[in-house]
Design a protein around this ligand. Structure first.
Ligand code: MSP
Length: 503
C-alpha cells in the first residue's frame, strides 16, 4: 500500500492588537510557499494559521478603542483573514483562540499537566512587559527596560499557578541531544540551548488580574496566561483530546515556523509543556529572521509599518510574494526597501522571466504559426536544468525558498543565453529554430512547477500560455521535473507582457 506522507505546517498565531503588516506577510508567504511545495510533492499537507486573541495587550487595545475585547477581536481577526486571502495564502485551517474548540483543548491539555503534578500555586512578583506578554528576570532587563521592546516594564505581583519548568532542564537537553534537527537553523538551536543551559526557573501560567483569557478549570478565579493558551492552538486544530487518531496522524509531522523573537516560547517552554502533558515535543521548529524596515523591526509603536496590501495594489501580488522570498535568506534578517522591490521586479520578473516568455511566444507565433515544437532529448539545457531542479528541490526541502528561486532563475538565465546565442528570430523555420524553441518551452514548463509555490498565479498563467492543460499545481514533483516531458503541437498564446517594466 502506498502511504502518503503527512506534512503539518504552522505559523505563529498573530496578536490582533493591530492590523497585519509586511513582517507578518513575510511569515505567511514563506509558510504558504513551503506548504504549496509539499503539496506538489504529493504529500498530505495541513497548513494552520490563526489569531491570538487573549491577554493584556489585546484587552488594552480594545479599551483604547472603546470596545469590549470580544467586539474588538471579532472586528480584527477578519482583517487578518482578508489580508491572507489577498496574498493568496492557501491555509487549511484558521484558528481563533476565542473559539470553543480552543477553550476545550487548552483546558484538557493543561488539566493533564496539572494531574501529572507539574503545576502548583504560589505568589509571583516580577517585571512584566505587556508588549511581550511575558515576565522577565531582573537580570534580563537592559537598562531596566524590556530587552525586546526597549520599553518600561511593569512590576506585577499575583497569586499564580506555576509550571515546573525547572523540572525539565535535563530532559530538554537530552531531547536536543538526540534530535539534532528539531530546531533549525543551528544558530537558533544554539540560542535555545543557551537558555536551557543557563538553568530554567518555574514560570507563572495564570492570572487573576484580568479575566480576558481561558478559565482555569480547577480554579475559577484564574485565567491562563496568554502564551500558555496560544501555544496549545497547534493541538486544538488537530483535535488533541477529541480525536486521538487524527491527533496521532498529524502531531509527529509538525513543522512550526516562527520568528526569532519567540524562540524561548517555542523551543523551551513548549517542548517542556508537551513532555509534562505526556506527548512528544514538536518534531520540527524552523526559526526565521525579521524583515526590517530601515534596519528596524516593524511595530505599531515604531510607526514604521508597511501595509502589504498597498504593495500588492502597486506592484501586483506575485511581485510582492517573489520579492519577499527572493531577497532574504530564510533564517537571517532582511531589510525591506521600495528600491530593492522595484529592482527585483524589473530585473527578475520583467527582464528575465517576462522576456523569456515574450520572446518564445512571439517567435513561435511569427515563424511557426503559433504551434509548439518539442524539446530535444540531449539539449545543452538538459544537464543544466537537471542540476537546477535538483538544487531547487533540495532548497525547498531545506526550508530555503531563496535557494530554490536562485536555482530557478539560473535556468531562466541560461535559457535566455541560449536563445541569444542561437537567435531564432533571425532564422528561417527549420530544425535549429524548432529545437531551441522546444528547449525554451521545456525550460518554461520546469520553471512553472518549481516557482509555482512562490508565484502561483504567474506560473499558472505561463503554463496555459505555453499550451499546457490544468495548472502546475496538478503536477507531482520530482517526477514532473525531469527533462523532455513537454509535448509538441500545443497551441502557444502570445499575450501581453507578464510584468510591464516599472520606472
Ligand atoms: N501571538 C504571538 C505568537 C503565538 S504563537 C503560539 C506573537 N504574535 S505576533 O503577532 O507578535 O508575531 C507573530 C509572528 O510574526 C512572530 O513569529 C514574529 O516573529 C513575526 N513577525 C512580527 N514582525 C515581524 C517582522 N518585522 N519580520 C518578520 N516576522 C515578524 O508573537
Amino acid at each position: 500500500m502506498h502511504v502518503v506522507s503527512r506534512f503539518f505546517i504552522t505559523t505563529p498565531i498573530y496578536y490582533v492588537n493591530d492590523v497585519p503588516h509586511l513582517g507578518h506577510a513575510y511569515t505567511m508567504v514563506s509558510v504558504d510557499a513551503l506548504a504549496r511545495w509539499h503539496r506538489l510533492g504529493g504529500e498530505d499537507v495541513f497548513f494552520l494559521t490563526g489569531t491570538d486573541e487573549h491577554g493584556l495587550k489585546i484587552a488594552q487595545a480594545a479599551a483604547e478603542n472603546g470596545m469590549s475585547p470580544k467586539e474588538w477581536t471579532d472586528r480584527l481577526s477578519p482583517r487578518f483573514q482578508n489580508a491572507w486571502r489577498r496574498l493568496n495564502i492557501s491555509y487549511d485551517d484558521f484558528i481563533r483562540t476565542t473559539e470553543p474548540r480552543h477553550y476545550e483543548t487548552v483546558q484538557s491539555f493543561l488539566t493533564a499537566v496539572y494531574e501529572n503534578g507539574y503545576i502548583y500555586k504560589d505568589v509571583y512578583r516580577g517585571p512584566y512587559c505587556v508588549s511581550c506578554e511575558a515576565y522577565y528576570q531582573e537580570s534580563e532587563l537592559v537598562d531596566g527596560l524590556c530587552p525586546i521592546h526597549g520599553r518600561p516594564v511593569t512590576i506585577m505581583e499575583e497569586e499564580n499557578y506555576f509550571f515546573k519548568l525547572s523540572a525539565f532542564t535535563e530532559r530538554l537537553l537530552e531531547w536536543y541531544d538526540k534530535s539534532p534537527n528539531a530546531v533549525r537553523p543551528s544558530s537558533k538551536r544554539n540560542e535555545a540551548l543557551g537558555f536551557i543551559r543557563q538553568g530554567l526557573q518555574d514560570i507563572s501560567i495564570t492570572r487573576t488580574s484580568i479575566d480576558w483569557g481561558v478559565p482555569v478549570p480547577w480554579d475559577g478565579e484564574h485565567v491562563f496566561y496568554v502564551w500558555y493558551d496560544a501555544l496549545v492552538n497547534y493541538l486544538t486544530a488537530i483535535d488533541y483530546g477529541r480525536d486521538e487518531e487524527r491527533f496521532r496522524s498529524w502531531w509527529p509531522n509538525v513543522h512550526h515556523v516562527i520568528g526569532k523573537d519567540i524562540i524561548r516560547f517555542h523551543c523551551v517552554w513548549w517542548p517542556a509543556m508537551c513532555m509534562a502533558a505526556g506527548i512528544d515535543p514538536p518534531a520540527n521548529v524552523f526559526v526565521h529572521g525579521w524583515l526590517l524596515v530601515g534596519g528596524a523591526k516593524m511595530a505599531k509603536s515604531a510607526g514604521n509599518k508597511v501595509d502589504p496590501l498597498e504593495l500588492v495594489d502597486d506592484f501586483g501580488l506575485d511581485a510582492v510574494r517573489y520579492y519577499l522570498l527572493r531577497d532574504t535568506n530564510f533564517g537571517s534578517d532582511g531589510d525591506f526597501t521600495y528600491e530593492a522591490l522595484t529592482a527585483r521586479y524589473n530585473s527578475d520578473l520583467a527582464n528575465n522571466l517576462g522576456n523569456l516568455l515574450q520572446r518564445v511566444t512571439t517567435v513561435i507565433a511569427n515563424k511557426l504559426g503559433g504551434v509548439a515544437p518539442s524539446p530535444v532529448k540531449d539539449s545543452p539545457l538538459a544537464p543544466i536544468a537537471a542540476q537546477m531542479m535538483g538544487q531547487a528541490q533540495e532548497s525547498w526541502n531545506d526550508f530555503a525558498p531563496q535557494g530554490a528561486l536562485e536555482a530557478v532563475w539560473s535556468l531562466i538565465h541560461e535559457t535566455n543565453a541560449l536563445l541569444e546565442a542561437v537567435a531564432p528570430w533571425k532564422l528561417e523555420p527549420g530544425p535549429v529554430l524548432e529545437n531551441v524553441l522546444g528547449d525554451a518551452l521545456e525550460s518554461l514548463r520546469l520553471v512553472c512547477i518549481a516557482a509555482y509555490p512562490v508565484i502561483p498565479d504567474t506560473a499558472s498563467k505561463v503554463w496555459s500560455r505555453i499550451g499546457l492543460d490544468g495548472s502546475p499545481n496538478d503536477q507531482i514533483a520530482p517526477a514532473s521535473l525531469g527533462w523532455g516531458l513537454y509535448r509538441s503541437d500545443k497551441k502557444i498564446e502570445k499575450g501581453d507582457p507578464l510584468f510591464p517594466r516599472r520606472k
